[in-house]
Write a protein that binds this ligand. Structure first.
Ligand SMILES: C[S@@+](CC[C@H](N)C(=O)[O-])C[C@H]1O[C@@H](n2cnc3c(N)ncnc32)[C@H](O)[C@@H]1O
Length: 288
């Protein structure tokens, strides 16, 4: 298991940007603000709403929701990890608004909040880190009021462009084996990043009792030139703290020599090429 990144705040502040150019970083910030606005728009916020941001991280949705509900509603910034709750509190304190928000450490699958106590649940890129997604969705249904709303955003990583789709097959003597390994990795039921797609999420929402479920799929498509220096960070940056890197996942299926040789061949194959990578994402809205 990767020990390079130990906490979520460290990952949110640094690791996730580690392989990006300054321009890509700025694009990512812009994209994050667009996602935040769309998730909050779809939540149809109203006067009096009590809103919880599940897995707030460093407060992307919480502070956006605060701006919209300032003086007319309440925002609860929640996260399973104390470093995130403390980080949000620190930011709120710096802005002088720490008394106007609530901050709680709680797990999405067992919030300990009373039944029917919340008007709006919002969440961005948290379900993708939870193994038992139906448990979390049932929990959101339990804490929402009758008529309560949920608006979330999740990347559907299992449907991202695969490495083998970018590779020139003739350049890899064991192309078929590499393809099979990646297919196994992207359909692993025990990997929270991979064990779902928009259809399984829809089923989980229906089974929990949600109605008026609306799923908006947006495919992010990035086209950019690759240089071989970009590949080590792709393979060695963990997707979240204490989770295996892509290289570590390949090592579950292939020997160290095979993985190292594969990465070297991929560097030669992609260096100087312009690639297009598609990453489907889902905005989900539903009502209790
Ligand atoms: C990719 S970050 C997203 C943070 C934030 N929502 C945002 O949009 O920037 C994932 C967040 O989910 C939180 N998280 C992971 N598992 C969780 C769980 N079971 N319950 C609550 N939060 C969780 C992490 O601590 C982290 O802050």
């Amino acid at each position: 298991m990767s020990e390079i990144v130990k906490t979520w705040t460290e990952w949110l502040k640094n690791s996730r940007f580690s392989y990006m150019s300054e321009e890509q970083k700025q694009q990512t910030f812009l994209w994050l603000s667009q996602v935040r606005d769309k998730v909050l728009d779809r939540a149809n916020l109203k006067q009096g709403d009590i809103l919880i941001d599940i897995g707030t991280g460093n407060g992307l949705l919480s502070f956006g929701a605060y701006e919209r509900l300032k003086g007319i509603g309440k925002v609860i910034a929640s996260d399973a990890f104390i470093d995130c709750v403390e980080e949000c509190y620190k930011i709120a304190k710096e802005c002088g608004i720490e008394k106007e928000m609530d901050f709680i450490q709680t797990d999405a699958t067992d919030t300990k909040l009373p039944d029917n106590s919340i008007d709006v649940v919002v969440m961005r890129s948290v379900m993708v880190h939870i193994l038992d997604k139906s448990k979390a969705i049932n929990e959101f249904f339990r804490i929402l009021n009758q008529g309560g709303r949920i608006s979330i955003f999740e990347p559907i990583i299992s449907k991202n462009t695969k490495y083998y789709e970018l590779m020139t097959p003739e350049k890899y003597p064991n192309y078929q084996i590499l393809k099979e390994a990646e297919d196994k990795m992207t359909s692993d039921e025990n990997d929270p990043l991979m064990n779902f797609d928009e259809d399984s999420l829809k089923k989980d929402f229906e089974n929990a009792g949600f109605k008026n479920i609306d799923i908006d799929i947006v495919v992010q498509s990035s086209t950019y030139p690759v240089s071989k220096e970009m590949l080590d960070p792709w393979f060695n940056t963990p997707p979240s703290p204490r989770r295996p890197t892509v290289k570590e996942k390949y090592l579950q299926h292939l020997s160290e020599n095979e993985v190292n040789e594969f990465i070297e061949r991929l560097k030669q194959d992609l260096d100087g090429k312009t690639i297009t990578v598609n990453s489907p994402t889902a905005y989900i809205y539903a009502e209790k």
